[in-house]
Structure formats: structure tokens, C-alpha cells
Design a protein around this ligand. Sequence first.
Ligand code: SAH
Length: 220
Amino acid sequence: MVAGGVGEGDGYGGYRAQLVETLQQKGIRDLAVLRAVRMVPRHLFVPESVRHRAYDDAALPIGSSQTISQPWVQARYLELLNLHGRERVLEIGTGSGYQTALLAMLCDAVFSVERIPALAQRARDALGAAGIRNVTVLVGDGTLGWRPFAPYDAILVAAASPEIPAPLIEQLAPEGRMVIPLGDRTNQTLTLVRQEGNELRTTTVADVRFVPLLGEFGFR
Ligand code: SAH
């Protein structure tokens, strides 16, 4: 898991505590998820220009026309995945790497795929600075999944897709869980997908707005 003391004593602890309180007020209940938010130094994952807003419950620009999602949405995602600490997780859309860091606190290993090399490198640097080690950031088209390390106990898709990319279904372990925003380029529904035996069960959770998943099995 994570090296001790991530984010501790960095002068931002009070802001993180406030963010945790906001998330609790908005209905986040999972204590492991709240603890991860309390620990991970979000300010390391956003550009200097918006650092003063790092602990607002808001989406922020991270460069290359991409955004770091709103913490409430990220926490909701993690609650839905229901991780216990031993899972191997695939994340599509590393972005800033912040959600990757939260995931890393909640499972055994994270493989995160980002299509924009500059973002992947910045995320690697931020994860390193935060002392988070159980993460591998890969550059490529995440709609293809990442076959060498499959199957995955959980898959988190952080960009909007018109449908569930077939390779991701193939790479999900039996009894695995996936969260993915499904819809068009402007409006989507956060969807929980569960593999139960040979059946795929989907549950819709909330209306969300994500940047598009661009790739072979996403938006072209
Ligand atoms: N959760 C992230 C935000 C992700 S924004 C955070 O905490 O910062 C969505 C990201 O998905 C963007 O960085 C975008 O470049 C990436 N993306 C879009 N299509 C992709 C694809 N096919 N494969 C991998 N990454 C993709």
C-alpha cells in the first residue's frame, strides 16, 4: 500500500479535513474513501495557477484541455468500486493522477492508462512527490484496456464513452466491478457495471459531465 505519512504535516491538513467534511455532508459515507481524501495531497496534482483552489469541491483545469474531476464525483466512484485493499485495478484516463492516488490508497496495485504523454509524465511526477508507489502509469489508448496485466478486479473509467468498450468487459475479472460515465459528448450517466457469472448487470447512479474518451472503442 502507501508509504506512511502521505501528505502529513504539509500545512494543507486543515484544508483536507474541511474537504472531507464537505464530502460527508454531500453523502459520502465510506470511511476508507474519506481517509484517502484526508491523506492525499491534492495540491500536488493541480497546476500552480489553480493551487489555491486545490481543496475546493470543484473540477479544475489541468492543461491539455483536460480537467481534474470534482472530489465528490471521485469519492462516489471509489465508494461504488467497494475496494478492500487486495485488488488489482485498471484506471482509464490518468489526467492529473489524483484519482489514481486515491485508488492506490484503497487497493494493492493500480495500472492507469493516459493517452496524452505530457499528462502521464506530470501524473507520474506528482505521484512520486506524494510518495505513492503501487501505481504504474501507461501511455496508450485505454479503450483497449491493458491486456498484459488483466484481469482486473475493478476498472475505473474517468472519461465519457458512448458505450462500454468491449476490451474492458473482457479484461474485467469474474465478480469484478467497473464504473464508467456513459452517454454523449455533453451529458452522461455514471454507471456501475458488475460481472456476475456470464451476466453483465448495469446500475445508473448519477448525471455527470466528463471529457470524452477518445479511442478505438470510445469516441472517434
Ligand atoms: N480522474 C482524473 C481526471 C481524468 S480527465 C483526475 O483525477 O485528474 C480524463 C482523462 O482521460 C484525460 O486526461 C484524457 O486525456 C484521458 N483520456 C481520454 N481518452 C482516453 C483514452 N482512450 N485512453 C486513455 N486516456 C484517455
